[in-house]
Design a protein around this ligand. Sequence first.
Ligand SMILES: [Zn+2]
Length: 203
Amino acid sequence: MENPYAPPQSELYEDKGERVWQQGRYLVFDRDVALPHRCYICNQATNQRLQYKVTWTHPMVIVMFFVMLFGMGVFADLLHHATLNSDVQAIVFILYLIVMLSLIFIKRRFKVSIGICEQHYQKRRNLTITAWLGFITSIVLFFLATYGQSFELLMLALGIFLGTLGVAIWASQFNIRARKIEPRLICLTGIKKSYLNSLSPMP
Ligand SMILES: [Zn+2]
């Protein structure tokens, strides 16, 4: 007889919502939808999740930043010719700078919760730890080399640094980045093909 208290086995393979699609090499989904219980790297069924924060800057914000950056001289010039005393000029110019710099922080943020299998979770974590350890080791060795005036240590520091760079580049293949964050829809890149191919294309 079937155990009515057994967890539903089908849940592991079930796609919870229909509002998850592939669009070429991108994953597009509604922000309220739970992503499938599958590894985003190998597409194996899994209940393990990876929590990952992504950010996205609207292109208009980037355009505004550069317009303000390159328009700084023109603005200062206009301000100089306006009939304002120098204190007011300074304050207005500082306000201009504050607005310009605060544009850097105007970002849309989203916390992704995506499936990852145990094997890839470990692999990802080990690569990250290796990269951090290598980075810290190379910095310590660099300081020791400078302090001790040792050319051999300096070469060792450089070698470890380059090795670390290689690990970091290798690890970056598992990175998930936002291609777009809209009020409703999230578009991600970095999701592997087998996962994407199991989803229906975006209408
Ligand atoms: Zn996997």
